[in-house]
Write a protein that binds this ligand. Structure first.
Ligand SMILES: [Zn+2]
Ligand SMILES: [Zn+2]
Length: 274
């Protein structure tokens, strides 16, 4: 499995020059399986370049591309109107939030709303590709190509989901937009158990976290705590705060590596092979 970070910023994209080493686009990750097939995690502004790259290399997976969402906060869906492959009538996408405990099923409505003509010139149903909106009440899913997915809900305003994706003995866990109370959520630790790579929300410093209760995010220290408890091999710090520039983040990374040497900042454009 290969992971490419297309968007690692949290909350809102940033474009200032001193933020570009780590990256300004919001959440979007490309997962390339050993079969060559792909899946996408979240549709933040990073999905624009992801789409352009797919077209540039004439990626031929027309039948179905899975786009798994952690949740539908704006920074996780706002790149979708600029995702060029979705304008190609030959293509089919499954846009999904998987997992138990969802109170409503309104994914299509949310995607349509952000493309309502008051917000955007092209409506969802005029993009061209076929879309299946899928919100299954399941925690486990396996496809016939040997990929298994486990989904688990975690605490965030309106809820969010983490995904454990396994192929040929390698495990990726994607867990962003998660806030803990006094202790780490044991479900997140179970989801992350022995992962080869854990991508985890690390928006705040421990000091900032004290001021941001109820905002729905973790500190890098909590990300490390999950990584330690779950015994993961590598930890990617993700969902960088839009007020943290490159220098700030690189210092945070150093601080974090003192405690967990295999932690690193998720950087836009970076590719990781598991
Ligand atoms: Zn977010
Ligand atoms: Zn969120």
């Amino acid at each position: 499995m290969k992971i490419t970070f297309y968007g690692t910023r949290g909350s809102t994209p940033v474009a200032e020059a001193d933020f570009t080493r780590i990256g300004g686009n919001t959440s979007c990750i490309l997962v390339t399986f050993n079969t060559g097939r792909i899946a996408i995690l979240d549709a933040g502004t990073g999905i624009r370049k992801l789409g352009n790259d797919l077209l540039a290399r004439s990626h031929e997976q027309y039948d179905n591309i899975f786009i798994g969402l952690s949740h539908t906060h704006w920074d996780h869906i706002q790149g979708f109107p600029f995702f060029k492959p979705a304008y190609d009538p030959r293509r089919h996408f499954t846009i999904a939030i998987c997992g138990k405990g969802r109170n409503t099923r309104k994914l299509k409505k949310i995607f349509s709303a952000q493309m309502h003509r008051d917000c955007f010139p092209v409506p969802l149903n005029k993009m061209g590709a076929k879309f299946t909106f899928w919100e299954p009440d399941i925690t486990k899913y396996a496809n016939r190509r040997g990929v298994e997915i486990v989904a688990s809900k975690h605490n965030h305003p309106a809820g969010a989901y983490g995904y454990r994706i396994m192929e040929e003995g390698k495990t990726l866990v994607y867990c962003t937009d998660v806030e803990y109370g006094d202790r780490i959520d044991p479900n997140v630790v179970t989801l992350s158990k022995n992962a080869d790579l854990l991508i985890h929300d690390a928006q705040y410093t421990p000091d900032e976290l004290k001021e941001k209760k109820g905002w729905g995010h973790s500190s890098w220290e909590q990300a490390v705590e999950v990584a330690e408890q779950a015994g993961v091999k590598r930890l990617a710090l993700f969902h960088h705060d839009p007020e943290h520039n490159d220098v700030f983040l690189l210092n945070m990374e150093k601080e974090c590596q003192k405690r967990f040497p295999d932690a690193f900042l998720a950087r836009e454009g970076e590719v990781i092979e598991l």
